[in-house]
Design a protein around this ligand. Structure first.
Ligand code: ATP
Length: 437
């Protein structure tokens, strides 16, 4: 695979050479492994690297990172370490074999060589490695026929008990099949249905299901995966009421069509998570109490929970956005209290022209308006007490949207007026109220 390795972004080439030198100094052999190899063979872009180490992966990762002054995250229990190199995640893992004692549980792990490590993996297309050792640089190690399956566009498990050993592979198989528009090899499909039929997914810890669901929602076309999963597995393993209904399907499709608009509009605000918009749409068939129960079960993080809740709440209150008259500052006031994910969700959800125009105005213009003044400007102007700054700045922003202040001086002048009014209120007994509001 020497040729394919030359397709790696140049930032990686030099880096991998130094990794190989360090490995030699540590009497270890290193390989690129898994998805990277698959993507190189498919000619797809590679963003992150998985490096398999025959030897001590943690020591090697620390040595490499130290030379560049990069902090390392170590997982001693798993023999893995990772660091970020110029924005790319680099994972180091010691080659290991795995034995599953009970289906769905975590496996027992032992040190092993590269071939054994490959034989514990999920699918043939993910069970390939490329040696980076100088003496055999670029040699493809493909004991399970991954390259041939890539050529034939097949997702194939390595053995008949694979889905029982780790039922999350059921969802992974669907994800890779749909991402690459491959087919499931006949025996694999049969084994998948057998595992689903015997309730294998019910044995998986909900947190692992959650992680796989998030990976699905992060796909470029989550709806394809969800539709296929709806057919092959149903979603009873999540909650009896979860269904990818036609309405949810239409909504997921609309989000998909809007995704480049959302990413263009919100992408620069790195906190925007398109996957959470998809996730909210996926839960369409559930009532709010059922949603809350499921999110709790899955151990979903606080932010996702509040995104889903906010999206439902905005959807329930969206009539406000259809009012015959709604000024810019009222529109801003109403929408800015919701996370961008909830706004994106309701934009995709609604087909009402006026509502969509207004959300669009918020997304394209109002949500970008920023103040020129900051808390330190209020301090410079001698405004007290400081705990009112947030309230003052919010009030200036609303007025800026309304009046279109152009200069910092206009903002300052208005801020001083608000400050005076508020501190008068605060001083004349409204202290408690002022503090709490
Ligand atoms: P992606 O492009 O989605 O990141 P990936 O193949 O890199 O795909 P990861 O989830 O990052 O997927 O996993 C890296 C590699 O680890 C896989 O290619 C596969 O070899 C192995 N792997 C991951 N999950 C499993 C699993 N559940 N069972 C066996 N092997 C797995």
């Amino acid at each position: 695979m020497k040729k394919q390795l030359t397709y790696l972004p140049s930032v990686f080439k030099e880096f991998l050479r130094t990794c190989a030198e360090s490995a030699r100094a540590h009497h270890a052999r290193i390989y690129l492994v898994g998805g990277v190899v698959r993507d190189l063979l498919l000619g797809r872009d590679v963003y992150d690297l998985d490096i398999l180490v025959e030897g001590d992966a943690i020591r090697l990762a620390v040595a490499i990172a130290r030379r560049r002054g990069m902090p390392v995250t170590r997982h001693k229990a798993f023999g893995t370490a990772s660091f970020i190199f110029r924005g790319h995640k680099i994972d180091f893992a010691a080659a290991r074999s795995e034995t599953y004692l009970t289906p769905g549980s975590l496996p027992r792990v032992r040190k092993a060589g590269v071939t054994q490590d490959l034989s514990r993996r999920d699918f043939t297309i993910n069970a390939m490695a490329v040696s980076l050792h100088p003496a055999e640089y670029g040699r493809l190690i493909d004991p399970c026929g991954g390259q041939e399956d890539l050529r034939r566009h097949l997702v194939r498990v390595l053995h008949s008990e694979s889905f029982f050993d780790d039922p999350t592979r059921i969802l992974r198989a669907i994800r890779f099949e749909q991402r690459f528009q491959f087919r499931m090899e006949a025996g694999t499909l049969f084994q998948l249905k057998r595992a689903v039929g015997s309730g294998a997914l019910d044995t998986v810890h909900p947190h692992r299901i959650r992680d796989e669901l998030i990976l699905i929602m992060r796909e470029k076309f989550p709806f394809r995966c969800l539709r296929r999963a709806g057919k092959l597995t149903g979603f009873g393993f999540l909650e009896p009421g979860v269904r990818c209904t036609p309405a949810a399907g239409r909504l997921l499709n609309r989000i998909q069509r809007l995704q480049s608009f959302f990413l263009r509009s919100f992408g620069a605000r790195t906190e925007f998570r398109l996957w959470s918009v998809y996730f909210t749409a996926f839960l369409e068939s559930l009532s709010l109490p059922q949603v809350e129960f499921l999110l709790e079960e899955l151990g979903m993080d606080k932010r996702t929970r509040s995104d889903v809740r906010a999206a439902r709440s905005l959807r329930a209150r969206r009539r406000r956005l259809k009012a015959p008259v709604l000024s810019d500052d009222e529109l801003y006031e109403f929408l800015h209290q919701f996370p961008l994910e909830a706004v994106a969700y309701v934009y995709a959800y609604s087909t009402n022209g006026r509502l969509r125009r207004r959300i669009r105005r918020f997304i394209d213009t109002l949500s970008h308006i920023r103040l020129r003044i900051r808390g330190r400007d209020l301090q410079r102007l001698g405004v007290t007490p400081a705990h009112l700054y947030g309230k003052i700045l919010r009030s200036v922003l609303r007025q800026k949207i309304k009046k279109g202040f152009r200069t910092k001086e206009e903002e300052e002048r208005y801020a001083l007026g608000v400050a005076e009014r508020l501190s008068r209120q605060w001083a004349s007994g409204g202290r408690k109220k002022g503090k709490n509001s």
